[in-house]
Design a protein around this ligand. Structure first.
Ligand SMILES: [Zn+2]
Length: 317
């Protein structure tokens, strides 16, 4: 009994301590919809979507999903389109992530624009049917253009078509953990899968404070973050734990619109080149101030090795 009372007091104390004077803000975004891991069997894609949406709802995240419509062409088209409708019916937003997850660094700008235009065919209609418009674009691999000419040309196209770029200012390399996790589950190795999931959560708990510290040191105040996750089985199985990490870090989830009001997103970003950097790195380049790279948490070597084995093509984002 005493033990139970003590536990309850401890819980109340924890809840009290978890309420910050001023909470930071983070917008949650999910890439590679309908489901990360190209061309999953439809039943699997439906199960991942159900669990993802249930977790997002349970934690009251106002999330935005970014769609690769190429997945709709993998058979079972109406059922795959229905997965996108479910995001909208859950009160969430959808944006364009190009049709085929194309690399801007390795694609001529005209072909790139054509792929992005093809990527709105279905999603735009789903939004319009609900009186809404498709407003956000997320670059695959965060590649914003190999030259300034290509970059500005595409940004002109985006503006003409009513899009805003959805930046990323916090990420946890979830894709590197997601493939080995899927591979372990496919082999029925639940023990390894759980080990990978724990490594993923430990890594997330270390990289979130790194981003907070790095961005705050750079800007002199904490910006509203935009967190990149993927619509994966791993995240479907981890949302409650990620929500707990955000809470412990005094971060409260907001819409992408709300996060983008932060003046940090008006800092000029004129990077042109092959790299797909997130925006904290871009700000550090513009402001010519270093980030604390020496303290950046690293994805465990064992996970990197498993990821290379699970998907030799690798290098996704
Ligand atoms: Zn992606």
């Amino acid at each position: 009994m005493i033990g139970r009372v003590f536990a309850r007091c401890l819980l109340l104390l924890t809840l009290f301590l978890a309420v910050p004077v001023e909470a930071g803000q983070v917008a949650m975004t999910f890439d590679d919809l309908p489901v990360y891991g190209h061309f999953r069997p439809i039943a699997d894609a439906e199960a991942v979507t159900s669990d993802l949406l249930a977790g997002i709802k349970r934690n009251h995240w106002p999330a935005t999903g970014f769609v690769n419509e190429i997945q709709l062409d993998a058979g079972d088209r109406p059922r795959r389109i229905a997965l996108l409708s479910r995001w909208l019916d859950a009160g969430l937003d959808l944006g364009n992530h190009s049709y085929s997850h194309v690399s801007f660094t390795h694609t001529p700008v005209d072909a790139y624009i054509a792929d992005v235009a093809k990527g709105e065919t279905v999603t735009k209609g789903l939004l319009a049917a609900r009186g809404r418009t498709e407003r956000w674009y997320r670059h695959p691999y965060l590649e914003t253009g190999p030259t300034l000419v290509a970059r500005r040309r595409f940004e002109g196209w985006l503006a003409q078509h009513g899009y805003r770029v959805a930046p990323v200012s916090m990420e946890n390399s979830d894709w590197q953990f997601a493939d080995p996790y899927d591979a372990a589950l496919a082999r029925g190795d639940r023990k390894l899968a759980e080990h990978i999931r724990q490594d993923y959560l430990d890594f997330t708990a270390r990289i979130v404070p790194w981003y907070r510290k790095a961005a705050t040191g750079l800007l002199g105040g904490e910006p509203a973050f935009v967190f990149l996750l993927h619509a994966s089985r791993l995240n479907a199985d981890s949302i409650d734990a990620i929500a707990a990490i955000l809470k412990a870090q005094h971060l409260r989830t907001v819409t992408l619109d709300q996060a983008m009001k932060d003046p940090a997103y008006r800092i000029a970003d004129a990077y042109a080149g092959p790299d797909g950097d997130e925006w904290v790195t871009r700000w550090s380049m513009t402001l010519k101030k270093d980030l604390p790279w020496s303290s950046l948490p690293q994805v465990p070597a064992g996970i990197v090795a498993l990821d290379a084995k699970a998907d030799p093509a690798a290098a996704k984002n």
